[in-house]
Design a protein around this ligand. Structure first.
Ligand code: PGA
Length: 274
């Protein structure tokens, strides 16, 4: 039996989040969900695999995944529960349909002016609705160059957790996504942090959570890496202690590629050896 390389304390399960963004059309989304279900059927008992399709396709993907262990996530939700917010989707709309919600993605921060304060409200809103927030944090290229990575990520994590009950921490996932490493395209040689550097920042995320809620609760928080993850690069990240999985964009829209990523995650974490 191979030796466990990355034992995950705190009863944490490895997690792979597939962020399909606005990549796939309606037919392609359903087809990808179907193929993913077929390919990952056996592994989904040992890893939380979360598909995040576009809002209008949540129902259709839900129907495809019915009876499987694969879970669903929304790509966002509004920070208010109801009201005059044209084009937005509330936590109430999503309740019962998805288990997770991606919040504070850098593309939302950049294109929709989402601030740390708005994201903190979304986190509270998601938790109140019984949804598990996947909170994205990470520095820009400029912040990295200026040596501000630690300060940026610390601020984002502190604000996101400011008003949540400590018990909720076990339901949260943080995704460390350095913005300069995101969306560089599958198969291109991409710029990524070294796994060691990424793990260092992910350790910081857990430490900030521990300062806020105590170590016992922070041990139950899951922290994943995101940013041009693909089959060839995923192993080195998830072998690092304290890395509980990955958030994958472009590469996750290909079911064969996603299946390989899930395999790599299982092979590199404690759960992979059961
Ligand atoms: P990418 O996207 O894997 O295509 O870089 C990750 C993300 O933006 O969540």
């Amino acid at each position: 039996m191979p030796k466990a390389r990355n034992p995950m304390p705190g009863g944490r399960r490895p997690i792979v989040v597939a962020n399909w963004k606005m990549y796939l059309g309606a037919t392609a989304t359903v087809r990808a969900a179907r193929a993913t279900r077929l390919l990952t059927a056996r592994m989904a008992t040992r890893v939380d695999l979360v598909l995040c399709p576009a809002f209008p396709l949540l129902q259709a993907v839900n129907a495809v995944l019915k009876g499987s262990r694969i879970q669903m996530g929304a790509q966002d939700l509004h920070h208010e529960l109801a009201g005059a917010y044209t084009g937005d989707v509330s936590a109430d709309h999503l309740r019962g349909l998805v288990r997770y919600a991606l919040l504070g993605h850098s593309e939302r921060r950049r294109d929709h002016g989402e601030t740390d304060e708005i994201i903190a409200k979304k986190v509270r809103r998601a938790l109140k609705a019984g949804l598990q927030p996947i909170i994205c944090v990470g520095e820009t290229a400029q912040e990295r160059e200026d040596g501000d990575t630690v300060a940026t990520v610390r601020r984002q994590v502190e604000r996101a957790l400011a008003d949540i009950p400590v018990l909720s921490l076990a339901h949260c996932v943080f995704a460390y996504e350095p913005i300069w490493a995101i969306s560089q395209g599958v198969g291109r040689s991409s710029t990524q942090p070294s796994p060691d550097d990424a793990a260092h920042i992910m350790g910081l995320i857990r430490k900030v959570a521990a300062d806020r809620a105590g170590r016992r609760y922070a041990e139950r928080l899951r922290v994943v890496y995101g940013g041009s993850v693909e089959r060839k690069t995923v192993g080195a990240f998830v072998e690092e202690p304290g890395v509980d999985g990955v958030l994958v964009g472009a590469a996750s829209t290909n079911p064969v590629g996603l299946n390989q990523i899930v395999r790599e995650v299982l092979a590199s974490t404690h759960y992979g050896n059961h």
